[in-house]
Design a protein around this ligand. Sequence first.
Ligand SMILES: *Cc1c(COP(=O)(O)O)cnc(C)c1O
Length: 423
Amino acid sequence: MTAPADWAALDARYVWHPYTQHATAPLPVPVVRAEGARIHTADGRVLVDAISSWWVTLHGHAHPVIAHAIAEQARTLDQVIFAGCTHEPAARLAAELVAVMPPGLTRVFFSDDGSTAVEVAVKAALQFWRNRGEARPLIAAVEHAYHGDTFGAMSVSARGTFTDAFADRLWAVERLPDPTEGDTVAALRALIDHRGTELAAVIVEPLLLGSGGMRMWPEHTLRALAECCAKAHVLLIADEVLTGFGRTGPLFACARAGVAPDIMCLSKGLTGGALPLGATVTTEPIFEGFRSQDRRQTLFHGHSYTANPVACAAGRASLTLLDADSGRRREVIESAHREHLARLAPHPRVRRTRVLGTVAAFDIDGEEGYLSAVGGELAAFALRNGVLLRPLGNVVYVLPPYCTTADDLAVVYRVIERFLEWR
Ligand SMILES: *Cc1c(COP(=O)(O)O)cnc(C)c1O
């Protein structure tokens, strides 16, 4: 083992970090350990992880049940090709996922992360219609959507800062208004009236546009979109990569709205946040649409680590932890969010306070958008005061692991309040 100072220098010399402008970014926080809601740094600081380490850590860091499952599985079967082979962790995880899914979602296609779960969903939707001999080349997606960073996922995501460098290489989608701003349902109805028989699928982030600014939208809108899709035989893809596994309260945002989509994308919390894993869950009719004596009707998609047994074991362990106690913890988090935001709301710099389950957000008045400087200033201030935050520009959010206590959240909100006073 090298001393922290040594390996931090190696990082500076050899590593390229995600979403990081290396010319201006502060040095990365050297982390040596994490437990529960806390991250321990090489220089002895302890940080409250108020963003679930980029929205993945579900129950808390280094949960012993998940750690045990990973260790056992790693000693038993670490990895095996998933085309032509199968294994118990994947088969059982698929069955256990289907058991908690909205009705009708019965087939699980594993992949590596959220972006690949979206790629699989979009490819499956497009090829489903092609296999049937129907020409449905269009996909509709929402303004301010974020579905990942690979090219297909970028194509269905909003055009903007993240995609500008590739704008001329992204395929066109039918764009519906952001439901927090416009009439998404009317726009979908108009699109269906006009080109409904050409529309393969509509993709949405149910109830919460995450990276697009933690924009929360109503359940009745999701229900109306689902009804439009069902009537026109258009597939509804629910990207629950962020909202899945209790983030919005119930296990899935679709369940909260009483909606059963045709395809659901999962990742982030799927393994409790311990290992990367993605899943695209479809209905039986979609799966049936690929069964054929004609091998060209195969879904030709797969990744080297598809259904990695260790990740699947972590996923199974994480599911067992989503019990009644977890539900109570999520309620405690939601009511703490509401209390603190009610206190913050009258502040002259605070706009649009909002809560959806365990996710809370507000905007800081001033320059808007992802490149707004205030986000970095708050992140730096929070770090100096023992809290890990990563605002989306001027949008501040608190998205904690479920082990986070009311006392932990009081610390987080106190730091945010002090920043608003100080600056
Ligand atoms: C994070 C996210 C993705 C992409 O997931 P990655 O694991 O980062 O590839 C896709 N969709 C939504 C809604 C997300 O929040």
